[in-house]
Design a protein around this ligand. Sequence first.
Ligand code: SAH
Ligand code: SF4
Ligand code: F3S
Length: 476
Amino acid sequence: MLETVVKAHDETRQGEAYAPHEESTSPFQKNFYIESYGCAMNFNDSEIVASILQGEGFGATRNVEEADLILLNTCSIREKAEQTVRKRLTEFRKLKKAKPGMLVGVLGCMAERLKDKLLVEEKLVDMVVGPDAYRTLPGLIEEANTGQKAVNVLLSREETYGDISPIRLDSNGVSGYVSIMRGCNNMCTFCVVPFTRGRERSRDAASIVAEARDLFERGFREVTLLGQNVDSYHWMPSDSVPGITEPVTFAQLLASVAEIDPLLRVRFSTSHPKDITDEVLFTMAKYENICNYIHLPLQSGSSRILQLMNRTYTREWYIKKVDRIREILPDCGLSTDIITGFCTETDADHADTLSLMQYAKYDLAYMYFYSERPGTLAARRYQDDIPETLKKQRLAEVVALHRQHTLDSMRKDVGKSFKVLIEGTSKRSSEHLYGRNDQNKVVIFPKGNLQKGQYVHVTVTDCTAGTLIAESATAL
Ligand code: SAH
Ligand code: SF4
Ligand code: F3S
């Protein structure tokens, strides 16, 4: 099986094979197969790549055997992510032996990090294309077809692919991603993203709103605005855009997308705690269709570790931010990312992380043990001195505590009523549908005459650790 079933909002999804959601007989002469790893932005990039390839006469296939071109859109965030991709590349190389005309290309963050190593030294692929070079794919495919080394890993200060209309791959037809910016200027010391994605740049606001409107008109009912640090979105209009003369902030962009239609839900990810403003929180409060849900990565609850990580906030500052969110948006869902075992982390630092978790009581968390990435500031400055067993032991404690918190948070919702956007049929039962409430919690309920894309009203009667259950649902 090439496909892994994963949560739609998982930051580090692994290896999803992609094909357009309308499965039709392909009118195309050539087929490409693309597998995506990593964050939602990478998945959205695959949709941009699909659009570029379609312009070249390539159709998407889910069946790797029938592909003329295999692409892996890769992630470098942790060592394990890279290992998974290497394994896949070795498998594809075998496949290529049986089908010599086929090309294999590596896209995304590993392409950027390793440059031509995978092609020249390891001879695993025919093409290496960095995240800002996808427009050059057609030329690179031609080069690779004639046996040349097809490599482009140039990063750009301007590229946002703003004019490219992504082809929605493997979408449920209800929720879609819209990238609003690229790159990151933050330089958290553990993180490879600034090196693989380059400088931060914001996409033009008018093209974002137009893409979201287009999705709505095609029946989508939810857009998630994507960026590594959405709150630092800042777009200076040029003369070419009539009607907008002032710089656009993230709060203004959110409002513009929310105003497309009250039936279009708006979500966003990721908010860096240092940058999320009151203006954003008040905008969320003002518009009913901006979901009350914030992903606010903590990384560590210890101010000393946060400083070594260059996160630029302290434990106290983060706590104040959580308080402010709860003050302005009392029923806001809150999720986070946590790293255990960062350089020099002591038992006391770890206890600080656990106690901050107790304070914030996250509804959802992505938890990792620290993985040193070559070239990052932490790799250059600090020693990766926490043994892996201890990193994993601390991670297990963090995971166990989080489990209690999610279960408590789910139980608290039993008896409450929610508005839910239906996303599709439940994986466990064809007689049930699933959707999410404002706070991003999955709710399952009987199908009745309901359909995906509709809003329903449900009263929760039961729950599991990951799902709310309702016995009936009424269309709104
Ligand atoms: N831009 C987002 C995070 C992107 S990466 C933000 O700033 O919050 C997603 C998550 O991966 C990070 O929040 C962090 O928790 C984790 N991560 C990043 N680098 C890591 C590393 N070297 N080891 C372990 N986890 C890491
Ligand atoms: Fe990485 Fe920090 Fe940028 Fe997030 S904000 S992508 S963790 S450098
Ligand atoms: Fe991974 Fe690159 Fe995203 S490193 S998490 S795919 S930006």
